[in-house]
Design a protein around this ligand. Structure first.
Ligand code: NAD
Length: 486
């Protein structure tokens, strides 16, 4: 799929003999990858079991000594080549993603840019000094802190951002001098294998980047138990995050956890309503609603409540729904469990007295995974959608009266990933950004992410940060050296 003169996606995906990379470790069967838009078989990939998982760690451990001592400029050069190859293959990678994940092709292209930006950022970070001096508190002593790579890092990623969640972790780990074993979601193995193939072409030595597809509990269970795996970086649901946290306790691994979210979207009277509606649409319906940053609860102040609801419902009705290659606003959901959850949240809210403004269920003509963008108003706080992550295109709107009230309701969540605030009052913005218990606060806008910022959540939305300089922390240990100089 990366050849210059063919269009390659069809060639490769039609080849039941698998993408390169799939067979690096002992095969234990095959996994069918299906297009969520129509259920068609896209490809089959080889899967591994615990033997493959162990073989991957063997390879990563064997490669660690050389990779961790490779000069930083040489590590940076390979990362820069990976970035160039990702950028050249953008269209192919985007099409692979649409075929297995279903997202609109424009969003898939955007994700490849986002994924590549982490590789570029960490290629540059690889060159930054990793030694700090300390002003000595002891006589005749000279002190230094060295940051050293931890060793083999296990990276476990979800299906909603099949490329960016891998590069956000892998580029940081590789720049730090770690070797990696990667387990992508069973829904999106092709994107992961394509990234692995481009990594191979970029020149990472054998054993530095290892991708293992297979049963998640088996593969990741093997890694959490393995003392050679020194760090685990996980992105996925809070439920699985808790399990991996417990599983990692016996070997005391360094952990990064990017878990679920339940973003409040707060609109105060006096906000720019046009902007609040437009940004709200993005915050709710990007990635077809399957986004950890997705606005799950809209709180709108009394005086503008009715107008906001009417305008938001109109803007939602204008959204197009279709297969990802048609580049609609919203694509199919990934599988029937996401559809069932979205439907359950709608039904539950309606039973509790919410009003349906638009949508409400699947578009059966398009297919069983196409959920119509939905808006619910007057949703009570005890509705499931007000506390559980929906991960689907359903907006729940609720009215509030005072700033104190909405702050308390916004913070009454086990999650703390991102919060959105719309206000034109600078002092109110200051108070809100102080009071919200969220790792990221977006004011009068939606997009906040990017390689230079530390992404991550408070409370049960996770541990640690990814991106920025902080993204290197979990992959490095501090060694303190104290030397006599007299
Ligand atoms: P998931 O937790 O089901 O799966 C995530 C990964 O964990 C996959 O690779 C899966 O194979 C693996 N996994 C699943 N069960 C496992 C088990 N028993 N043992 C070991 N590994 C296991 O999540 P998902 O459905 O793929 O993704 C959606 C979730 O991810 C949402 O909750 C979303 O909020 C979250 N997410 C968070 C961020 C973030 O940066 N905070 C980004 C994207 C997605």
């Amino acid at each position: 799929m990366f050849d210059d003169h063919r269009s390659p996606l069809e060639d490769r995906l039609a080849d039941p003999g698998l993408l390169p990379g799939a067979g690096d470790f002992p095969a234990a069967g095959r996994l069918a990858v299906r297009d969520p838009a129509n259920g068609a078989l896209v490809a089959q990939v080889a899967i591994s079991d615990e033997n493959g998982a162990r073989a991957a760690v063997d390879a990563a451990q064997a490669a660690f000594g050389d990779w961790s001592t490779t000069l930083p400029q040489n590590r940076a050069a390979i990362l820069h080549r990976w970035h160039a190859l990702l950028t050249e293959a953008k269209e192919d990678l985007a099409r692979i993603m649409v075929a297995e994940q279903g997202k609109p092709i424009s969003e898939a292209r955007g994700e490849i840019d986002y994924a590549a930006s982490f590789v570029q950022f960490y290629a540059e970070e690889a060159l930054r000094p990793n030694i700090e001096g300390v002003t000595s508190h002891l006589p005749d002593a000279e002190m230094e802190l060295w940051r050293e790579p931890v060793g083999v890092a296990a990276l476990v990623t979800p299906w909603n951002f099949p490329c960016a969640m891998i590069t956000r972790k892998a580029a940081a780990a590789l720049a730090a001098g770690c070797t990696v074993v990667i387990h992508p979601s069973a829904e999106t193995p092709l994107s992961a294998l394509a990234l692995a193939e481009l990594a191979r072409r970029a020149g990472f030595p054998d054993g530095v980047v290892n991708t293992v597809i297979g049963d998640a509990a088996t593969i990741v269970g093997e890694w959490t138990a393995d003392t050679r795996v020194r760090a685990l970086s996980f992105t996925g649901s809070t439920e699985v995050g808790r399990l991996l946290y417990r599983q990692s306790a016996d070997t005391v691994k360094r952990l990064v956890m990017e878990l679920g979210g339940h973003a409040p979207f707060i609109v105060f009277e006096g906000a720019d309503l046009d902007r609040a509606v437009a940004e709200g649409i993005k915050a709710k319906f990007a990635t077809s609603g399957q986004d950890c940053l997705g606005a799950n609860r809209f709180y709108v102040q009394d005086a503008i409540y009715d107008e906001f609801c009417a305008r938001f419902a109109r803007a939602t009705e204008a959204l197009s729904l279709g297969a990802g290659m048609q580049d609609p606003d919203i694509g199919p959901l990934i599988h029937d469990r996401q559809v069932a959850k979205s439907q359950a949240h709608v039904d539950d809210a309606l039973e509790r007295g919410a009003r349906l403004l638009t949508g409400g269920g699947i578009d059966a003509e398009l297919g069983p995974l196409f959920f119509r963008p939905t808006v619910l108003a007057d949703v009570p706080d005890d509705a499931a959608i007000m506390s559980e992550e929906t991960f689907g295109p359903v907006a729940a709107i609720s009215r509030f009266t005072t700033e104190e009230e909405v702050t308390a309701r916004a913070n009454a969540s086990e999650y703390g990933l991102v919060a959105y605030v719309h206000s034109m009052d600078p002092r109110q913005i200051y108070r809100m950004t102080r009071a919200l218990q969220y790792g990221m606060v977006a004011v009068n806008r939606t997009k906040v992410t990017g390689a230079p910022i530390p992404f991550g959540g408070m409370k049960q939305s996770g541990l640690g940060r990814e991106g920025a300089r902080q993204g290197l922390e979990a992959f490095t240990e501090i060694k303190y050296i104290c030397r006599n100089w007299a």
